[in-house]
Design a protein around this ligand. Sequence first.
Ligand SMILES: [Zn+2]
Length: 141
Amino acid sequence: MNCYYCNDKEKLDSLMLKICDLRTSTLYLFKDQKHKGKCILVFNQHKTEIFQLTELEKQNFMSDISDAAEAIYNIYNPDKINYAIYGDIVSHLHMHLTPKYINGPEWGMAFKDSIKPIELSDYEYNENILKIKNFLLNNIK
Ligand SMILES: [Zn+2]
């Protein structure tokens, strides 16, 4: 199967860094941090549409989204979080949790990958991962 979430750890590692496992998904810090605090939440099985999930999986996935967003909101103080599920090219169910800032990039429009990425140092990535992980450990319901 041609899916890097399932089968290409190298490609996955080039795009994002694992933060932690949640109920039914895995949370990653997106390496391109032009939207400060951007994360990707990846469903743990290769499913492509929300209606393919069981009722319990749907509930748990929504709780994972909520917890991840709450962490992002509290740590980065964005003006809004954008929640996006696309998947035309990478169909494995995953959600972009994209914090947006009034004077930041792409405020008032959909985010794109066409704007120049902003990468951090390994130290900075680890700092961000620890902040999010600690928030979730201390605040998950
Ligand atoms: Zn997959």
